[in-house]
Design a protein. Structure first.
Length: 256
């Protein structure tokens, strides 16, 4: 349990990037002088959403994410503390009971539904992001294109900077291993904490919600992301605290 406490606090202190997103998305193109021919964002070499710029976007945003705590104010640190408490509290109080509930109520219908839902958080979520980017190009919609590239960058950063390293460091056994909720083998164990599928689902949801700036879109996006976490618990691949941590990572990296 000592390892669990230390590493959940590490997760939230280092991984919650609670800065508010720019409500206007990417910087608008400068106003063209009167009579100057317009240039489509899809065709200009300075277009920040060109797919060939993806490595540079990853590096730039990685620096922004890593340095985010230096820019936090009191409310941001409060958010980090509440997030740490949510992960730790769910782990101490609800992990075992939720896993037992899922095991008792497992059935073929639940399993089919879970298999469909996890597609929103695995590799298919990257395909969704890529498809959004291509749709923006095809229909000449810069905002749709920006949503696609932002989603790819957010999912990549959340996974590479936080989720995958934490899996290695924490080494928590999955519920399906039947080793209980406190089976940790740092650097030589399981990959239960945190949930990658939930991280990806909430990263996707946070970017879509940020670009849409519509409460209904936000509710649907985050609701579907939450169902991905439930599906992973139903499959006994994650405990509740794994899912909570993954959701927090995806959401706050998406908003950083």
């Amino acid at each position: 349990m000592r390892h669990f406490t230390i590493f959940t606090l590490l997760l939230s202190a280092g991984g919650l990037f609670a800065e508010s997103p720019d409500p206007n998305g990417r910087v608008a193109d400068p106003v063209l002088a009167e009579g100057e021919p317009s240039t489509s964002p899809a065709n200009t070499s300075s277009d920040p959403d060109r797919f060939t710029h993806l490595p540079w976007l990853l590096l730039d945003d990685a620096g922004h994410v890593i340095s985010a705590p230096a820019r936090w104010d009191g409310s941001d640190w409060m958010t980090a503390g509440v997030s740490a408490a949510a992960v730790l509290g769910s782990g101490l109080l609800l992990d075992r009971s939720m896993d037992r509930f899922m095991a008792r109520h497992a059935n073929a219908s639940w399993d089919r539904t879970a298999k469909a839902l996890v597609n929103l958080g695995g590799t298919p979520s990257a395909l969704i992001a890529g498809g959004t980017y291509l749709a923006g190009i095809a229909f000449k919609e810069p905002e749709v294109r920006a949503t696609g590239i932002d989603t790819l960058v957010t999912m990549g950063l959340a996974e590479l900077l936080l989720t995958l390293p934490l899996k290695v460091v924490v080494g928590r056994s999955r519920p399906s291993a039947d080793q209980g909720t406190n089976d940790f083998h740092p650097f030589n164990g399981g990959e239960s904490f945190p949930s990658s599928h939930t991280t990806q689902a909430f990263a996707l949801a946070s970017v879509i919600a940020g670009h849409a700036d519509n409460p209904w879109v936000s509710c649907v996006s985050y609701g579907l992301a939450g169902l991905v976490g439930v599906a992973r618990m139903e499959q006994r691949q994650h405990f509740l605290s794994d899912v909570v941590a993954g959701g927090l990572i995806g959401t706050f990296v998406g908003k950083a």
